[in-house]
Design a protein around this ligand. Structure first.
Ligand SMILES: Cc1cc2nc3c(=O)[nH]c(=O)nc-3n(C[C@H](O)[C@H](O)[C@H](O)COP(=O)(O)O)c2cc1C
Length: 334
């Protein structure tokens, strides 16, 4: 049985939440719901599907995030995802990048609630797994309270299983996607009010969530939280998710133990021709705040990209942690 709520989710992040990253995060938390990078419907339908959609059985519960706005294509992709064993498909209605807007998907879809509802309905008709939407609180001039309410109402009518709301509006011109993750300010109250107005819809809050105490206070107002950058940049935070939010012990007691547990996976992947750095790049922030973290990070970042780098490289990097006697305060910026 897969644990089936959105209480704590790890955000979809392009270039970051690839299958290696997700496997690693899963070692740190058994209960969090994990999202893939966004994959476009065109890539799923015409691309190297086996490579793009591969995931390890250990990743469950895992959601595939799709980018697209053509109901038939999305339904086809949802079916492919369900047949492969994904637990959920999520539609990206939050990405503000120019490239995405040209394809008429991502955040610009917030201005077209009926089309999003058609997409959701088509996916729901083709699969039994959860169909969810990740959106913003608004875009450009469509950012009145009533715009978000209307969007939510229409998408709820299409039987969406959960709405993940990045609590920051998107500017579709003038800001880079990166700037759009910092500006304008977050508005959590808006998401809380949305939940109050739609009590039967599962609402997951995203944006600026960095720790579990903060997650717990959001959870008093919404059904789930989704953590993005903080989880990636400092993955040891994920070790607290199972005990703190789900009341079950973490699989590993320390970041060191989790790193050791990754070794058999790395060995398997190296044997298949994966480069060490493709996996270890996701691990660089694991020891942030621990003595030697900076040396670990620097060594691994430079050595893991060299031809022939293997488990010995990772072990040597881990050895730098043990060898270090730097006081915590000095290494916290590592
Ligand atoms: C490197 C990076 C890539 C991202 N890629 C995606 C993506 O593919 N799909 C998506 O819906 N959001 C994407 N996002 C946005 C995150 O999912 C999340 O909404 C955002 O970072 C805010 O959450 P946070 O403050 O916890 O990081 C990306 C964010 C980052 C930092």
């Amino acid at each position: 049985m897969h644990y089936n709520t959105h209480l704590f989710c790890i955000a979809p992040m392009m270039e970051w939440t690839d299958r290696h990253c997700r496997f690693f995060h899963r070692l740190l938390t058994r209960r969090a719901r994990i999202y893939t990078e966004m994959i476009t419907t065109a890539a799923v339908i015409h691309g190297d599907r086996a490579r793009l959609l591969a995931f390890d059985p250990a990743e469950h519960p895992v959601a595939l995030q799709l980018g697209g706005s053509e109901p038939k294509e999305l339904a086809q992709c949802a079916k492919i995802a369900a047949d492969l064993g994904y637990d959920e498909v999520n539609l990206n209605v939050g990405c503000p990048s120019d490239r995405v807007q040209q394809g008429r998907f991502g955040a610009c879809l917030m201005a077209e609630p009926r089309l999003v509802a058609d997409c959701v309905a088509a996916m729901k008709a083709s699969v039994k797994i959860a169909v969810t939407v990740k959106c913003r609180i608004g875009i450009d001039d469509h950012d009145g309270e009533e715009d978000l309410d209307e969007f939510t109402r229409v998408v709820q009518e299409a039987s969406v299983d959960a709405l993940i709301v990045h609590a920051r509006k998107a500017w579709l011109s003038g800001l880079s996607p990166r700037e759009n993750r910092e500006i304008p300010p977050l508005d959590y109250e808006r998401v809380y009010r949305l939940k109050a107005a739609h009590p039967r819809l599962a609402i997951v809050l995203n944006g600026g969530v960095t720790d579990l105490a903060q997650s717990a206070s959001h959870l008093a107002r919404v059904d789930g939280v989704m953590m993005g950058r903080a989880a990636y940049q400092e993955p040891r935070r994920l070790l607290d998710v199972d005990p703190f939010l789900f009341g079950v012990p973490a699989q590993f007691v320390s970041p060191q133990a989790a790193a050791q547990a990754l070794i058999p996976y790395i060995e398997r992947e190296l044997a298949r021709g994966t480069r060490l750095n493709a996996i270890t790049r996701h691990v660089l922030g694991l020891f942030r705040g621990v003595p030697g973290a900076r040396a670990f990070r620097r060594y691994l970042a430079t050595e893991a990209i060299k031809p022939g780098a293997g488990i010995a490289t990772l072990r040597a990097a881990l050895g730098l942690l043990r060898a270090s006697e730097a006081p915590l305060a000095q290494s916290s910026a590592a």
